[in-house]
Design a protein around this ligand. Structure first.
Ligand SMILES: Nc1nc2cc3nc(NCCc4ccc(CCO)cc4)[nH]c3cc2c(=O)[nH]1
Length: 376
């Protein structure tokens, strides 16, 4: 994997670049649609995801391991072949999903035991077997097995948690560096910075992660309920330390405003379920602000969903029609709203990229942050 920096903003830490992977080049800043179980929910034909020019999609080790399972993925020749997607894929390592999706779980030095949220069966994830699993899935970029430190937590818990994440990272690197890719193309392992909302722990973790000298670095333990100001403060501390010449991936972020503020703090890669998960209950992100399409005020508004958008469904369908579909729980409503939101997120980060390159990012970002935060 190769990262090329193409432009650096003069008034912020924002930068534009390109990441070359075995499945093609990603232009940054980038938003990665979350295709949890091998698809982007409600937008099941990923030809549609193609329409929205998604450059890379995100999968989850936890979900894919449970269903369809490693045997099927191995026989398919990996996830790319299984879902017939020939562009880059990134998989999260499962640490966060076990923490956020399962009740019964135990975290020990060896790893995490948990019960499947699907059928209650018992499983153990360790740094080693999560590396082996991500080799079988075959994503271009894979994540280290970490503990996403819960929020809030006291200082001592955060310190012990990040020390274990660092020990697990060493085990991930040893395993990854001593195994080969299974399908003939290289994969890249990103370590993950933790440290909760404690400045000194974030500095310690960022220095430790940077010392592993991997090809890209991720920031975890944020977008877990902390106030946005805390998120920005921790991102600023960490991007101060992570090497400039490597991509920085802020996990699970976020709202359009979160994304713009973190681009200005030097983040290159984002993922979040928000655009698709919130779309299903009618939350639409637009250039002018947030629309709750179920609101009475759109009942007889026959204007296009978003006239300025170059997405077909935004132009040919009205707000009134989408309101009707969502209120009627029609699948088409979820599909249109999900497509719209994904397209908006991809437009937003591409617009940011172009403005970083032409030097107009900073003023535009400050204007957009005001507009994007308002409820229409
Ligand atoms: N391996 C690893 N993965 C992570 C994924 C994350 N995802 C998040 N936040 C997602 C938060 C999130 C969840 C749901 C919705 C939709 C409902 O409004 C939006 C945001 N934080 C995260 C932290 C980590 C982390 O430390 N380590």
């Amino acid at each position: 994997m190769k990262f090329t920096l193409q432009a650096q903003d003069n008034f912020s830490r924002a930068r534009a670049g390109e990441i070359e992977t075995a499945h093609g080049t990603i232009k940054t800043p980038i938003f990665m649609p979350v295709g949890t179980a091998g698809t982007v929910k409600a937008v099941h034909q990923h030809e549609l995801v193609n329409d929205i020019q998604a450059q890379i999609i995100l999968g989850n080790t936890y979900h894919l391991y449970l269903r369809p399972g490693l045997d099927v993925l191995n026989k398919a020749g990996g996830l790319h072949k299984f879902i017939n997607w020939d562009r880059p894929i990134l998989t999260d390592s499962g640490g966060y999903q076990v923490y956020s999706l399962t009740e019964v779980r135990k975290i020990k030095e060896e790893g995490v035991t948990f019960r499947s949220h699907i059928d209650g069966s018992k499983h153990l994830f360790t740094p080693e077997n999560v590396m082996d699993t991500q080799r079988i899935i075959g994503a271009d970029i894979i994540m280290a097995f970490d503990e996403c430190t819960p929020y809030p937590c006291d200082y001592n818990y955060a310190r012990r948690s990040l020390d274990m994440t660092h020990r697990w990272l060493k085990r991930c690197c040893d395993r990854f560096d001593s195994t080969e890719p299974l399908y003939g193309y290289d994969q890249t392992l990103f370590p993950i910075v933790q440290g909760s909302v404690y400045k000194d722990l974030r500095e310690k973790s960022a220095e430790k992660i940077a010392s592993f000298n991997r090809e890209g670095n991720a920031i975890g333990g944020l977008s877990v309920g902390e106030p946005a100001e805390e998120m920005y403060a921790m991102t600023e501390v960490v991007t101060n330390i992570l090497p400039k010449e490597k991509p920085r991936y802020l996990m699970g972020v976020g709202t359009p405003v979160n994304i713009l503020e973190n681009i200005a703090l030097g983040i290159d890669m984002f993922d979040c379920v928000m655009p698709t998960r919130n779309a299903r209950n009618g939350m639409l992100f637009t250039r002018e602000g947030i629309i709750n399409i179920k609101n009475e005020k759109w009942k007889d508004d026959f204007s296009p969903i978003e006239a300025e958008s170059d997405l077909l469904v935004d132009q040919i369908h009205s707000k009134a029609y989408l309101r009707h579909l969502i209120r009627s729980q029609e699948i088409l409503g979820a599909q249109i709203a999900s497509l719209h939101n994904l397209h908006f997120y991809l437009w937003l980060v591409n617009e940011a990229r172009e403005r970083i390159i032409d030097g107009t990012f900073y003023d535009w970002k400050n204007k957009m942050v005001v507009k994007l935060g308002q409820r229409l």
